[in-house]
Ligand binder design. Structure first.
Ligand SMILES: *[C@@H]1O[C@H](CO)[C@@H](O)[C@H](O)[C@H]1NC(C)=O
Ligand SMILES: *[C@@H]1O[C@H](CO)[C@@H](O)[C@H](O)[C@H]1NC(C)=O
Ligand SMILES: *[C@@H]1O[C@H](CO)[C@@H](O)[C@H](O)[C@H]1NC(C)=O
Ligand SMILES: *[C@@H]1O[C@H](CO)[C@@H](O)[C@H](O)[C@H]1NC(C)=O
Ligand SMILES: *[C@@H]1O[C@H](CO)[C@@H](O)[C@H](O)[C@H]1NC(C)=O
Length: 576
């Protein structure tokens, strides 16, 4: 990445602070230049308001933190190409989690304990507001070890330079601890117990048992492995990128807690990224700090209920921070491409991050709620609002007046005629159900929802929709993101995604919010109860040719109780 001079940094900081005001006056020009410029016609899949570097490969978000009023985001990055390799910690800063300034790489191979790679890790705020980073280094024997880095100059709000501890590695696989040297990575943010000891989790496995290994330290330098992992589960394979944090029990929405908070008013969440499945799963449970044991309400080994996921589409290696500026917990996640590696090499880049999401415990205590951070709404322009109206079976209504390729859409439905619901006799995997019953398969109640990134003739479209079943005398709501017709280019992975949403359409309207950004479709069903992120690569429905529709392919009509849609301005992301 370019070596930015202090003057450019100052200008960039200025534009971060004042950029929104300036940008809003130029939105039409920006959208037009964006759409007609050469780079855009060659690069129809680059996003306009999702986090990505100007080029090359990106994967896990690393060490997010807030320091002196600036958000810092580091990420796994290959400076040399658009496939995985040569991994360093690239670094960007932001005032608002929307616009980002690129800085030089913060952590790169420079000592034996990381000479073959600087892999994922997390930041912790030490007392006095001093940030430190724990990350996984790959040593000369290709063993995975844990290292410490700290800022060179705490007066620099950009924290541009990082120094590595001469004591690295601080945690390493040994004959004594029997830790597998190729399955020992991704330290969490540390939390401090009442006993004054810091605790950190490292992802690990023993045979097929996934484990969150616990280490403790008084001084953050000398770490001792606890007798037992904080949690483990048979048959789950390698646990990558663990995350462990408290959530308020029965608290107000969108309020978060510092990672070290504990007590009767909190529950704890353990998230693990399952390497075998490539999805992020989370458990809600009770943390016994005196024994350092986490007991989930429903665990991996309890077969009665599937373990919940953050996102039922493409989403991996996520990480949260407590944002002490806005008193909320914010979730960052990586979304990989669904295109072929050849296409990634041709376009010169691969991977994006989702819009950061606020995350909190639903009042039922049974699941988390996720919602795009409120700051993203500053990009909304040209609102379109529909009056309440009926959407009959078979009807397709175009949403006019917005830039459909770069949009934020909120729609709600009131379901009627419950007797028309299809009966589901046996439980089915929701993703498989979405594959069998796509938008083109007529139903009773539904499919109804949005057709996004659609071409004029509907040869290409991505359908995000609901379908309601009668199952064991209850209404069961299926939410799908159906990519099967998203592109004429069949080289792409167009697997449909789906999940059930824990809402009862008898007592509440069914809401859907979808963020559309050229090649990414991020959807939130049931006010953040279910998230599905998709990557799509239309060949016809690109730039100004993309269209947006509301559709109903069921036999019963539904009422649209709300439709609000906005064009989204381009954000200033890493110099793009
Ligand atoms: C530390 O950062 C501050 C603020 O950017 C700067 O003024 C100062 O010169 C830096 N100190 C050193 C030793 O680089
Ligand atoms: C260590 O983990 C690697 C990677 O999963 C695996 O191939 C290997 O068999 C493991 N070794 C032992 C001793 O469990
Ligand atoms: C990335 O995408 C491919 C193809 O869509 C998928 O098979 C793979 O599991 C994904 N990897 C991760 C880490 O999500
Ligand atoms: C609705 O179903 C018909 C018949 O299966 C199909 O041709 C059409 O494409 C579907 N509409 C949408 C919006 O998917
Ligand atoms: C659904 O929305 C409509 C229109 O806003 C409202 O009148 C109705 O009460 C809502 N239904 C439920 C069950 O909340």
């Amino acid at each position: 990445m370019a070596n930015l001079s202090p003057i450019i940094l100052l200008l960039a900081l200025f534009s971060l602070i004042y950029g929104n005001a300036i940008a809003s006056h130029h939105v039409h020009r920006n959208l037009q230049t964006h759409q007609s410029s050469d780079s855009s016609s060659n690069q129809p899949y680059r996003t306009a308001y999702h986090f990505q570097p100007p080029k090359n490969w990106i994967n896990d978000p690393n060490g997010p933190m807030r320091y002196k009023g600036l958000y810092h985001l580091f990420y796994q990055y290959n400076p040399k190409g658009s496939v995985w390799g040569n991994i360093v910690w690239a670094h960007s800063v932001s005032k608002d989690l929307v616009n980002w300034i690129p800085l030089d790489a913060a952590i790169f191979p420079s000592q034996p304990s990381d000479i073959n790679g600087c892999w994922s890790g997390s930041a912790t705020m030490l007392p006095g507001g001093k940030p430190v980073i724990l990350y996984t280094g790959i040593d000369p024997n290709n063993h995975q070890v844990q290292n410490l880095a700290f800022p060179k100059n705490l007066s620099d709000p950009f924290l541009r330079e990082w120094i590595k501890s001469p004591k690295n590695p601080l945690m390493a696989p040994t004959v004594a601890n029997k830790i597998n040297s190729t399955s020992f990575r991704d330290p969490t943010t540390a939390w401090k117990g009442k006993d004054g000891y810091w605790r950190v989790l490292i992802g690990n496995k023993v045979n097929s048992v996934g484990r969150a290994v616990l280490y403790k330290s008084k001084d953050f330098v000398n770490w001792v492995e606890a007798k037992q992992p904080l949690h483990s589960a048979q048959g789950t394979g390698m646990w990558e990128c663990p995350d462990f944090f408290p959530v308020l029990n029965n608290g107000p929405i969108n309020v978060g807690l510092d990672t070290s908070v504990d007590g009767d008013h909190v529950r704890h969440v353990l998230k693990v990224s399952l390497d075998d499945k490539k999805h992020d799963y989370y458990l809600i449970g009770t943390y016994d700090a005196s024994q350092d044991v986490f007991t989930p309400d429903n665990g991996f080994e309890d077969n009665s209920q599937p373990v919940l996921r953050y996102d039922y589409g493409k989403y991996y290696a996520s990480k949260t921070i407590f944002d002490d500026g806005k008193n909320r917990r914010v979730l960052f996640g990586w979304v990989n491409e669904s295109s072929s590696q050849n296409d990634d090499i041709k376009k010169g880049w691969s991977g994006i991050h989702t819009i950061p999401r606020s995350i909190w415990l639903h009042k039922s205590g049974k699941q988390l709620i996720q919602w795009p951070v409120q700051e993203i709404e500053n990009l909304r322009v040209n609102p379109v609002n529909w009056p309440t109206r009926l959407l009959k079976g078979g009807e397709l209504l175009q949403v006019n007046g917005i830039t459909a390729v770069q949009a934020d859409v909120e729609i709600s439905f009131q379901v009627r005629e419950f007797q028309k619901a299809e009966v589901l006799k046996n439980w089915a995997d929701p993703q498989i159900l979405c594959g069998m019953k796509g938008a083109g398969v007529k139903g009773g109640i539904g499919p109804f929802g949005l057709l996004v990134l659609a071409s004029k003739d509907l040869q290409e479209s991505t359908a995000v929709f609901f379908r309601i079943f009668r199952y064991q005398n209850k209404n069961l709501v299926l939410m799908c993101s159906d990519q099967s017709r998203s592109s004429l280019n069949k080289e792409n992975d167009m697997t449909p995604f789906g999940t059930f949403v824990d809402v009862d359409p008898l007592h509440e309207n069914l809401s859907l919010r979808t963020l559309i950004d050229h090649s990414v479709v991020e959807s939130f069903g049931g006010e953040g109860k279910a998230c599905i992120t998709s990557r799509v690569y239309p060949t016809l429905a690109i730039n100004e040719k993309a269209q947006l529709y509301a559709f109903n392919n069921g036999t019963s009509s539904v009422r649209i109780t709300r439709l609000s849609a906005w064009s989204m301005k381009k954000a200033n992301i890493n110099g793009n």
